[in-house]
Ligand binder design. Sequence first.
Ligand SMILES: NC(=O)c1ccc[n+]([C@@H]2O[C@H](COP(=O)([O-])OP(=O)(O)OC[C@H]3O[C@@H](n4cnc5c(N)ncnc54)[C@H](O)[C@@H]3O)[C@@H](O)[C@H]2O)c1
Length: 342
Amino acid sequence: MKTVLVTGAGGYIGSVLVPKLLDKGYQVIAIDRFFFGMDKLQSHENLTVIKEDTRRIKEEYFAGVDAVIDLVAISNDPSGEVFHEATYEINHLSRVNTASIAKRLGVKRYILPSSCSIYGFQETGVVVNEQATTNPLTTYAKANEKAELDILPLADADFTAVIMRQATVFGYSPRMRFDLAINGMTYGAWETGVIPLMRDGSQWRPMVHVQDTTDVMCILLEADQEKINGQIFNVGSHNYQLGQLAEEIVKALPIEVNIEWYGDADHRSYKVNFDKIESTLHWRAKYTAADGAKEIYDALITGKLTKDDQTITLKWYEELAKWHKIIKEREMYGGIIMGISS
Ligand SMILES: NC(=O)c1ccc[n+]([C@@H]2O[C@H](COP(=O)([O-])OP(=O)(O)OC[C@H]3O[C@@H](n4cnc5c(N)ncnc54)[C@H](O)[C@@H]3O)[C@@H](O)[C@H]2O)c1
């Protein structure tokens, strides 16, 4: 595998993955609409950046491509509910189209970064493996499942298709997301000394560090075809009860932090089994929640990280939609106050 096409390359996971691939010597074609700005990827001699909507992906982008990592998505539950149709178009249909074009044009490998959220609610005590019955509860989770169901059958001897069901990701990224559990809790602890926690704290959630999940993507690029083709892998390190997770963050930080409970009891709870990836690919996560909390805390105190609207995915998409309308109503001759050619 020499040339990798990455969609959603300017996102939270993509902006960690792309430099990692470049460090490993890959040529990378990074495709994104760059909703979060084009400054998240540093230029590099082996990096080609294409500003494009994956719903309009063109065959010419696949020239010389050996593998695709299809990260593109409206990437969380709340955004999926607000931008319902776009979520199906992007997370489901555009990814099926990208995988189909890749196969038709002779790309050898396709990796779909899906989500453990497709397990949805599970009975207490159940630990789900890849064979478990899924229970997608949200538009985001349903679109991911549809993508999985349509893409997996494309796998054959000439086209390796593999699915990663990622746990909730945490850790530092150039396109930071504070709408993810560990990242958001750490920010709250740093800013106010309080971690807001949804009752009753016994809900289970699997977690994985962004460096760990991007390591898995690199492993899947090179893994033996017979080990991964047509397979689904749960990708995560630990399952945490949210109360326990908050306690770990409190312990990891060098400041006094309190937990503040809010809301009604949250019944969404799922515990995920990661044996398959550990036994098949001999992969084990390197980072714990405490490592992630310390890393984010350090980045906050040194000013490497700040929280703005772009770090809360839904807030940013709503801002973009609002300003698009405002600007469209006022724009004339290609500009507003400035930028109007005489
Ligand atoms: N972050 C997590 O906790 C997590 C967990 C499980 C699965 N995932 C999956 O991993 C993938 C990446 O997640 P992320 O956290 O990096 O999300 P993100 O929102 O940070 O990144 C998504 C990227 O896709 C781009 N994009 C969106 N629509 C587009 C379109 N139509 N055309 C081109 N580009 C478009 C955005 O500009 C953004 O850069 C997603 O598929 C997500 O569902 C993420």
